[in-house]
Design a protein around this ligand. Structure first.
Ligand code: SAM
Length: 282
């Protein structure tokens, strides 16, 4: 996978040379290149922002600088698009990735939430290009223009809070995406049973390691029983109960036909009705 990142602080991404992503780069599984947006400016101050049209506080990132940069990185010629060709933000951000097309991603706090499902989908792409916003954000015509040019453009928020810039958000998305690439994890089984993962996704059960007793706290006895069936059931019940308490929206999204008898019993004991297509709180 080829990853380009555009930022006014490209040094920020030196951290990506560490840990598993660093190893994946060394193995040639992924190449990451951070570019300085200011390299595409022509004025003496290398300015990338201007005042908002219509007034208001702060500065907005200029479309001309971004387009020169993105045209270069995407190998596109500049174009004038017809006003009615502009594709608005309403484009689904969860569509399937076509690996032969680059995906241009802008972090944006007012975009749909980035989820594990998005990370899974994007892990199939061959080329991802991230654009980090700063100030009040980037001119809204930038994603519109590249969508109209036929580029797969996606905008995602990483949560309901506002950061100073897109760099942290890009690091979050990059880590979530790349760890799902085949060959990235030493033990691929470790990404199969995780929170938010798979068809009937739940929060993961609690994890423990040795010693069995630590500072007066014991791990649950069943985990020491050696009975794999009982251990699996205990973990599954814990995942159901934890998810029911913290993320009832995930329980409401479960497909009841995929639940076994014991799942149904546990959910009913937690106050869920499981006779319909999806669980409903009683
Ligand atoms: N004026 C914007 C608003 O109120 O929605 C906030 C702009 S923020 C200060 C600057 C940049 O940081 C954004 O363009 C985006 O790239 C990034 N950013 C901030 N919070 C984010 C979040 N929760 N998710 C993704 N990107 C975020």
């Amino acid at each position: 996978m080829k990853i380009d990142i555009v930022s006014v602080f490209p040094e920020y991404f030196e951290v990506l040379n560490l840990s598993l992503l660093g190893k994946a780069q060394a193995k040639g599984l992924v190449t990451v290149q951070a570019h300085n947006l200011r390299d595409w400016t022509h004025d003496v101050h290398h300015s990338v922002d201007d005042t908002p049209v219509g007034g208001g506080a702060g500065m907005v990132m200029k479309p001309e600088v971004w387009s020169e940069c993105l045209d270069d990185l995407l190998g596109l010629a500049p174009a004038i698009i017809a006003a009615d060709a502009a594709v608005d933000d309403a484009v689904a951000d969860d569509a399937a990735v076509d690996p032969s097309r680059p995906v241009l991603i802008f972090p944006n706090p007012s975009a749909p939430l980035f989820t594990q499902q998005d990370a899974t989908e994007l892990s199939h792409a061959d080329h991802l290009l991230f654009g980090c916003g700063r100030y009040e954000g980037y001119d809204a015509r930038i994603p519109q223009y590249y969508r109209a040019q036929g580029v797969d453009v996606r905008e995602y928020s990483i949560g309901d809070y506002v950061l100073n810039g897109g760099e942290v958000a890009v690091s979050v998305m990059l880590e979530a995406i790349t760890r799902l690439m085949p060959g990235f994890m030493g033990n691929p089984a470790s990404i199969v049973e995780e929170s938010y993962t798979g068809g009937n996704a739940l929060l993961e059960h609690r994890q423990y390691t040795k010693p069995a007793e630590w500072r007066g706290l014991r791990v649950p006895d069943v985990l020491l029983s050696g009975d794999h069936g009982k251990v699996d059931r205990f973990r599954r019940d814990e995942a159901l109960s934890k998810t029911s308490g913290l993320r009832p929206d995930l329980i409401e999204g479960l497909d009841c036909t995929q639940l076994d008898k014991a799942d149904r019993k546990t959910l009913m004991s937690l106050g869920w009705e499981v006779s319909g297509p999806h669980p409903r709180k009683r």
